[in-house]
Design a binder for this molecule. Structure first.
Ligand SMILES: C[S@@+](CC[C@H](N)C(=O)[O-])C[C@H]1O[C@@H](n2cnc3c(N)ncnc32)[C@H](O)[C@@H]1O
Length: 247
């Protein structure tokens, strides 16, 4: 459901139509809802500890991360093969709130962001709009969001130019702590079921001309038990790299 306050009524009803939810003026007493306010769109929970999350690129932890300008050294950038001389087209096939994609776009890559949940896609669009208005437009212009299931998109990759890199960060239980863990729990409550990880990896490997990169918890088994060619460790995560060499 969508609750809106101080937001233009036309924008609120367009959003409610887009995600197929009823619109009301006040937050509900229970459950999850989208809260559209003058300063942006959030996903909130009314039951249990009150909590809201939204796509944030230039404020909060993400803003701090990108402000430090250390993107070339970030493991995700190296895992995707982005260098000063080489900026491949990356398809982030499990876009979520676009944080990883923003790091890649900050490093100079054009990133297509595929997200199958219309609610998460709406949060992503809102975050990109606010980030562009806050001065990050040069980076967000390299981020191209699509509301689509990656399994379908990757199956149709033969009919269009193939991406150099497909990046995957499928969700799984019990992997993040602190604020990120709470946000993940909120997303898990929102999102129906899991995706077919074997099919996702197989289609990504068939589509990518250079490599597929999979984000995992640093102690987790490889996605679909498929060993990567190599991996790069992050702080609490690791990036498994599958070379495809089809270019
Ligand atoms: C852990 S989140 C990704 C977080 C993201 N890497 C970030 O930095 O914000 C996983 C996301 O993948 C999406 N997803 C899962 N399976 C998908 C599929 N087959 N196609 C598109 N999106 C998918 C989920 O809806 C969820 O939003």
């Amino acid at each position: 459901m969508v609750a809106a306050a101080e937001a233009p009524p036309a924008a609120a009803s367009a959003l409610a139509d887009r995600i197929g939810s009823p619109l009301q003026a006040h937050p509900p007493d229970r459950g999850l809802y989208l809260w559209l306010a003058a300063d942006g769109l959030s996903l909130c929970q009314a039951t249990g500890p009150a909590m809201c999350m939204r796509a944030e690129f230039v404020g909060g932890v993400q803003g701090y991360r990108s402000a430090r300008q250390r993107h070339q050294r970030e493991a995700i950038v190296r895992a995707c093969g982005i260098t000063r001389e080489h900026c491949p087209w990356v398809v982030d096939a499990t876009a979520g709130l676009g944080r990883d994609a923003f790091v890649l776009a900050t490093a100079g890559a054009h990133v297509s962001l595929l997200e199958r949940s219309p609610v998460v896609h709406a949060l992503l669009l809102d975050g990109l709009e606010r980030a562009a208005a806050a001065g990050a437009g040069e980076r967000t212009a390299r981020m191209h969001p699509y509301a689509v299931d990656a399994l379908d998109w990757l199956s149709g990759a033969a009919d269009r130019p193939c991406p150099a890199v497909v990046y995957l960060d499928p969700m799984y239980a019990g992997r993040r702590r602190g604020a990120a863990g709470k946000e993940l729990a909120l997303l898990q409550a929102l999102l129906p079921g899991t995706t077919d990880e074997s099919a996702l990896l197989a289609r990504a490997r068939a589509a990518a001309t250079e490599r597929v990169v999979v984000k995992r918890h640093r102690h987790a088994a490889p996605l679909a038990d498929q060993p990567p060619d190599y991996h790069l460790p992050g702080r609490s995560t690791r990036f498994d790299v599958y070379r495809t060499r089809k270019a």
